[in-house]
Design a protein around this ligand. Structure first.
Ligand SMILES: [Zn+2]
Length: 343
């Protein structure tokens, strides 16, 4: 079930009044100076996230100060590490996303890294997720806007799942389920209808995108650990790009690029996805995320091998070879819509 979610203002300042003491704050180095004034002598300590590596985090658990609750304050990384600590220590958790980048605040497991792979591990149901409208609106706009990537990816995911069904390649545990696809489609439509609000980060835009994330974060568990209706080639391309380049990305940029290239590969209304990403203000040009078109071409070229070695589910990547001109066509269209990159 979706986690209790509270929208409001001045929510960070209230945490010290109810989080079990002493409380541990898990956040990022650049965020702590902005928020530290909100905490009092109930603070057990601060953990600034520097790694998502499972072994490193496991070793850090023993070094944490004694605490009675965990507060996650930040983007996906801070909230995922907060989940991990709360899980390992068996403590109550309060989550405060500071931007709309990902659906991580609303997912039960922590997205960590192990041996170069993403691993969703743990079990953490927060007491509540607090969405402070002022805090979100003060975040860098590109972080907030990039959050649409984690919802637009339903478009490519659904095509991948139908393809698996049509080719008799469904995973036995995940037969195609039209109800799940329809439920996801409803959230996708809600976001598509509010792209201008999301770009401008209005209160309406925040509520729309965060409620879509709330559904998307919970549905993996709620559908019996089934990711098929929410993730496919879109995220796979991102995982491979991360593996190849070692870059740290703003999640929605490479995922958005994956949505566009994936839907081109699927011949699945790719122009509509490109227009939506552009309208929401998500820059999916490789240079905007610190990589090159050559990196993207390499990620596409090695994707079939990567998805097999990573044991990922059946998508267009397994169904048809990437068209030889796929990356050139993507580049041409992306540069036509966003303009050529000029540093
Ligand atoms: Zn994602």
């Amino acid at each position: 079930m979706p986690f209790p979610t509270v929208f409001g203002r001045g929510l960070v300042e209230e945490l010290a009044n109810f989080a079990h003491r002493p409380y541990l704050v898990v956040t990022m180095d650049d965020l702590w100076p902005k928020f530290q004034g909100a905490f009092d002598d109930g603070l057990a300590g601060v953990h600034p996230v520097r790694t998502l590596d499972l072994d490193s985090l496991g070793a850090l658990v023993a070094e944490l100060p004694p605490c009675a609750s965990v507060i996650g304050l930040g983007g996906g990384q801070a909230l995922d590490v907060a989940k991990f600590f709360a899980w390992r220590l068996g403590l109550p958790l309060f989550q405060v996303p500071t931007a709309m980048t990902v659906n991580a605040p609303f997912g039960h497991r922590a997205g960590l890294r192990s041996g170069g792979r993403v691993r969703y591990l743990g079990w953490a149901v927060p007491e509540a997720v607090y969405i402070d409208l002022d805090v979100i609106q003060a975040a860098p706009p590109q972080l907030n806007r990039s959050g649409v990537g984690d919802v637009l990816c339903y478009h490519t995911a659904h095509h991948d799942w139908r393809l698996a069904r049509d080719l008799g390649r469904e995973e036995p545990r995940w037969p195609y389920d039209e109800r799940l696809v329809a439920a996801a489609r409803e959230r996708l439509e809600s976001v598509l209808s509010k792209l201008d609000d999301i770009r401008e980060v209005t209160e309406e835009g925040i509520r729309t995108l965060m409620l879509a994330h709330r559904w998307g974060g919970a549905t993996y568990h709620d559908s019996g650990w089934n990711p098929r209706h929410i993730e496919g080639v879109d995220h796979f391309l991102f995982y491979n790009l991360e593996r190849l380049t070692g870059r740290h990305f703003i999640h929605g940029q490479p995922v958005g690029l994956g949505v566009y290239i994936g839907s081109l590969w699927q011949d699945n209304d790719a122009e509509a996805m490109l227009a939506a990403l552009h309208r929401a203000g998500v820059d999916i040009r490789p240079q905007a995320m610190g990589v090159t078109w050559d990196d993207v071409a390499e990620a596409v070229r090695t994707l079939p091998e990567y998805v097999r070695s990573a044991g990922l589910w059946f998508t267009v990547v397994d169904a048809v070879p990437a068209p030889g001109d796929l990356v050139d066509r993507a580049r041409e269209r992306i540069e036509a819509v966003y303009g050529r990159w000029s540093p």
